[in-house]
Ligand binder design. Sequence first.
Ligand code: HEC
Length: 437
Amino acid sequence: MIIKIKKYLKKLFIAITFNCILFTSFYGQKITFYHDVFPIIQKNCSPCHSKNSSAPFGLLTYKDVAPRARQIQKVIDSGVMPPWPADAGYQSFQNERILSEKEKKLIGNWIGSGMKKGVPNLFKKKENHSKSKDSKPEIILMVPDSFIVNKSLKDQFARFYFPNLVENDIEIGSFKFYSGNPEIVHHMEIWNCVPDSNAFEPGLKNPKIEIKDDLALTSHLTQTDNFISGILPGNLEESYPEGISVLLPKNSVMLALIHYAPVLTENKIQSKILLYKSKNPALRYAQTISILNNKDKMLNGPLFIPANSIKEFHSVKVIEADFSAFAVMPHAHQLCKNFFSFAINPEGDTIPIVRINSWNFQWQFLYRFKEFKVFPAGTEIHVMATYDNTSNNFQNPFNPPRDVGTSNRAQDEMMALFLIGVPFKSGDRGKILNYGQ
Ligand code: HEC
C-alpha cells in the first residue's frame, strides 16, 4: 500500500513538474506588450513621457517603446528611471514610482522573447493621469501672449500679478501646470496674497509683470501670503487629499512666480497654471510650515560653502501647534549631495520624514504621505543636508569652484523643507489619505 502511494506521488510529482515547465514556456512566449508591459509603462513612465511633459520623447504606444527597448532596460536596471530620489526603505510615499524586481524581470523577459506586440485592450478604461477634458478649471493663470523671455546668461525671475480673478471665496483642490517650454522654465510657484500683504496693490486692474535676475522672494511677501503649490522639474500636477483644500479669499490676488534658466535667444513662452475646485466641499484648509535656510534656527549657519569645501548644515524648528502633515517638499540646488529630515516628538520618539541619499537637482518632488504624520506642539523638525563645493561634484555650476552663499538663483544654494498639512484633529493618527480629487 505504502509503495503504491509512493509510486502514485512520484507520478503526480512528475506530472506537476512537466505541466509547470509547459506552462512556463507557454507563458514565456505569451508575454506581450499590451497585456503585460504596457500597464507598467503607463503607470511609471507615461506621466512624464508624453506630450507637454518634461521628458524628451513619449512612451505611450508599442511604436514608442519597442525601438528603445534596450535603452529602457538599461535605465530601469540601473535605477535611473523612473526617477525617485527618496529612500523608500526609510519612508515610503503615496506617489512613489519604483519598479519591483518582478516588473523589471518581466520587461527583460519581454525583450528577450522577441517583444511580442499583443492586442491593445480598447475596452479597458485608460488610466487617467490628468484631469478629464470636461472638468473645467476654476481659475486659469496665463502668462500674457505678449510676454517674451529675453536672452540672458543669468537666471531670470518673473512675477505675474493676477488681480480680479477671485471674486468670491474659492476652495481649490488640485492644480495642473503647462510650462510651455520645459527646458527653459525651471520652476513655477503660485501664491495667494490678501489685502494686507506687501504684494497687494490696490486699484491694480490688469495683470502686471516684473522681471529680475534675482528675486528676494521672502522680502516681498508677508506672513499672510499663502504658498499654494509649485512645480519643479518632474512634477506637473498636484492635488490635496480629499476633504482638504486651500482657501482663496474673496478679492485676494493671485501671484505666479516663474524661474527661467539662462537662454541664448529670445523666447516666447506662454506658461499656464490651471486651478480646479475641490470635488466635495472642503472641511479643512491646508497650511504650510516652512523650514528655511537662515530664517529658522540653523545650528551651524549661515548657509555658506567656501570653494573647495564639503559642508553639512543642520536646522531645527519647533512646531507651535499640533499639526497633521500630508506632504513634504525638500528643496536645494546643485551642490547638494544628500538631504535628510526627521522629527522628534515631545515624548522623545523619532518620526521619519524623508531621506534622499543622492540628491539630484533635476528631480524635486512633492512627496505625499500615505497617512497623516502627526506632529504635536513641541515637536522638533530636523533638516540636514551636505553640500559638495569641490570640482569632484560634476553638478557644480562653477569650475574652478567659487564661494557659494544663499539665494533663489540656481548657482547659489538653498536648504528648505516645506511641510504641508492641516491643524490636528482627533482621528488623524493613522488615517489613510485619498488623493483622488
Ligand atoms: C518624473 C518624470 C519621468 C518619469 C516618471 C520617467 N521619466 Fe524617463 N526621462 C525623464 C526626463 C525628463 C528625461 C530626459 C532627461 C534626462 O535624461 O535625465 C528622461 C529620459 C529617459 C530616457 C533616456 C535616457 C538617456 O540616457 O538618454 C529613457 C530611456 C527613459 N527616460 C525611460 C523611462 C522609463 C522606461 C520610465 C518608466 C519606467 C521613465 N523613463 C520614467 C522623465 C521621466
